[in-house]
Design a protein around this ligand. Structure first.
Ligand code: APR
Ligand code: PHB
Length: 389
């Protein structure tokens, strides 16, 4: 088989890139290791920067988002019994969209089907070859048969555990990492949200977050030690702990119910440089991971797709290499800013085992500064709604 861009990974990055390219007449094939149902069964976040909202509309997959998504003009930061509202609209003129990653992935699969896009599921042993040549190709096994795809470029959209990043020689690849000494226990429940906006709470017992998907579907998190296991946490224990950590008024009106999904996610900051090697371009989680405190994971994948899509467009439409040659530098500039923001939100809003009294005072004074400084609130707001592409 021959295509222009072989895309490894059928998650939001790979599907969005394939959809955008197809609308411009650029051919691609998506190779996904898992089944479609498995990919769609993953519960992930759902706060979209406005840049991503516009990119999804440009890709022709904005209809359901615009119909069912919830626009948030602010968010709430709570510490002890004070709540700071960060008014995105007043401070930046922008807002964010609450719309689940699972829904976006659904919409992208529907759009690929509608355009006759090629997405090959259960592709095993996907291996890129000749990435440092002018004629790369990708091989994979499907139903026991080996297949080969010749292409011009390979987009590594295969997440943190994918094959793409590992295809870059260790003499070239540099990895940066910070692993946090705690995780997030998340619960999805068919209950109404705790508030009209998200509540990020810091409490002496640790961080908590009240988020949402719809008016009847909520997503909540509490910080837990990495040694905790899901089975250690009954639903009742989860709700009781969440209520302890959020402001009293929110705890009193919080509606609880059975969890329909419950899992613990570790927190990590990770960046791989460069994001291009020869004909291979790393996109999304394949190149970087952020702790979820800043809601940047999916949004960073989208900005990578924006830069690569425009680079490929310039290559195929005008024959100009600059966009592709500058992809890694441009994408990493934005990645590192989002890493810094996510790291600073994580430091401000979590209890660290070794933070000590000085660390505690640092957090308290940072929140106090945030409460009384428009400049500090603006800095947080402009990072949260998304820095320009
Ligand atoms: N071959 C083919 N497919 C693979 C391989 C492989 N060797 N390894 C992984 N994959 C697939 C995975 O099964 C997954 O469906 O690549 C896809 C990668 O998708 P994601 O991990 O969702 O990564 P990405 O598309 O970059 O989306 C980033 O996902 O994890 C969240 O917080 C993150 O929101 C961010 C978003
Ligand atoms: C979520 O809705 O799952 C969510 C929202 C905001 C975050 C992280 C996760 O910062």
């Amino acid at each position: 088989m021959r295509t222009q861009v072989a895309i490894i990974g059928g998650g939001p990055s790979g599907l969005l890139l394939s959809q955008l390219l197809h609308r411009k007449g650029i051919d691609s094939v998506v190779l996904e290791r898992q089944t479609r149902d498995y990919v769609l069964s993953r519960i992930r976040a759902g706060v979209l920067e406005w840049g991503m909202v516009e990119l999804l509309r440009e890709a022709g997959v904005g209809q359901r988002m615009d119909a069912e998504g919830i626009i948030h003009e602010g968010t709430l930061l709570a510490a002890q019994n004070r709540t700071i509202r960060i008014n995105f609209r007043k401070l930046t003129g922008k807002a964010v969209m609450i719309y689940g990653q699972t829904e976006i992935t659904h919409d992208l699969y529907d759009a690929r089907d509608a355009m006759g896009g090629v997405v090959i599921h259960e592709a095993e042993g996907v291996t890129p070859h000749g990435l440092d040549s002018d004629a790369p190709h990708v091989t994979y096994v499907k139903d026991g048969t080996e297949h080969r795809i010749d292409c011009d470029f390979v987009a590594g959209c295969d997440g943190f555990h994918g094959v793409s990043r590992k295809s870059i020689p260790s003499s070239v690849l540099k990895e940066f990492e910070r692993v946090y000494p705690f995780g997030w226990l998340g619960v999805l429940s068919e209950t109404p949200p705790a508030d009209d906006e998200l509540i990020y709470a810091i409490h002496e017992r640790g961080f908590a977050l009240c988020s949402m998907r719809r008016a009847d579907l909520s997503r909540h998190y509490v910080q837990v030690p990495l040694t905790d296991r899901v089975e250690d946490w009954s639903d009742d224990a989860f709700w009781a702990e969440l209520k302890r950590r959020i402001p009293e008024h929110a705890a009193q009106r919080l509606v609880t119910g059975p969890s329909i999904e419950k899992s613990i996610a570790p927190l990590r900051s990770f960046v791989a440089e460069p994001m291009r090697w020869g004909r291979l371009f790393l996109v999304g989680d394949a190149a970087h991971i952020v702790p979820p405190t800043g809601a940047k994971g999916l949004n960073l994948a989208a900005s990578d797709v924006h830069y690569l899509y425009n680079g490929l467009l310039a290559h195929y439409q005008d024959g100009t290499p600059e966009g592709l040659d500058d992809y890694s530098r441009k994408a990493l500039l934005r990645v590192w800013k989002a890493e810094r923001f996510s790291w600073s939100m994580t430091n401000m809003m979590h209890r660290f085992p070794d933070q000590g009294d000085f660390g505690q005072r640092m957090q308290e004074s940072e929140l106090d500064y945030l409460e009384h400084s428009t400049a500090a609130q603006t800095a947080l707001a402009e990072n949260y709604v998304g820095l320009p592409y």
